[in-house]
Design a binder for this molecule. Structure first.
Ligand SMILES: NC(=O)c1ccc[n+]([C@@H]2O[C@H](COP(=O)([O-])OP(=O)(O)OC[C@H]3O[C@@H](n4cnc5c(N)ncnc54)[C@H](OP(=O)(O)O)[C@@H]3O)[C@@H](O)[C@H]2O)c1
Length: 198
């Protein structure tokens, strides 16, 4: 499967590393242009290429991995997503914790991506951790997932499981997303293993 990635820094390349290891292809984009990503795609190896933001967001599955305060800019002008899946890996750092019933950062991303089936994932631990093989001797690394579209989550969690992760569906973007949102979500920063039954 070809996956588009918007943002080719620590998280974008960590996601790309795991997808490539699983036999997928990725098109990575950034704000400065594909020509600035020559070294990055060479390091990632076979299956990775650089493209424009529009080339990346044309894929059926797109990962958003830009700084949290640049999501609007990164999504501006994409138009209707027509059901394509957008995985929001961003964290929006704020000086004061949001009110308990405030819009979550991934709901804000969804608002800026009309027609996209948005999933929140890849944001709850460090990029260096995410880049590692999630298959451990005693279990599989847990990834939290939330989203409002059941079919999109089914497809995405199957992909994660195929990559060796242990996905846990926490519900919709509002109630689930809040649990692993910065700064105060109780599951943010958690790096858990689902132990293999003995
Ligand atoms: N690093 C982590 O351990 C970690 C862990 C969990 C979640 N996160 C979250 O993941 C997101 C990315 O973090 P990161 O550490 O990967 O950041 P990073 O290393 O600074 O990379 C950010 C990437 O986003 C690109 N970018 C910025 N604005 C853009 C735009 N308007 N359109 C397209 N691309 C744009 C940058 O490209 P240019 O340089 O060309 O602008 C760069 O490739 C953040 O929201 C962060 O909070 C990070």
């Amino acid at each position: 499967m070809l996956i588009g990635i918007v943002g080719a820094g620590a998280i974008g390349t960590a996601v790309a590393t795991r997808l490539l290891a699983g036999g997928h292809e990725v098109v990575l984009s950034n704000s400065r242009g594909a020509e600035t990503l020559t070294e990055t795609v060479a390091e990632l190896g076979t299956g990775a290429r650089a493209g424009t933001r529009d080339a990346a967001t044309a894929a059926e599955l797109v990962v958003l991995a830009v700084p949290g305060d640049r999501t609007a800019e990164a999504l501006d002008g994409v138009g209707d997503w027509d059901g394509r899946v957008l995985v929001d890996a961003t964290n929006l750092y704020t000086t004061t914790p949001p009110a308990p019933d405030a819009e979550t950062s991934s709901e804000a991303v969804a608002r800026r991506a009309p027609g996209a089936r948005v999933i929140k994932a890849f944001n709850h631990f460090y990029a260096a951790t995410l880049a590692q093989d999630p298959r451990r001797a005693d279990g599989n690394r847990v990834l939290f997932v939330s989203g409002n579209d059941a079919e999109a989550k089914k497809m995405f969690t199957a992909l994660l499981a195929d990559l060796g992760f242990a996905p846990i569906d926490l519900g919709g973007l509002a109630e689930g997303g809040r649990l692993y949102q910065v700064p105060a979500g109780p599951l943010i920063g958690q790096d858990l293993l689902r132990l293999t039954p003995q």
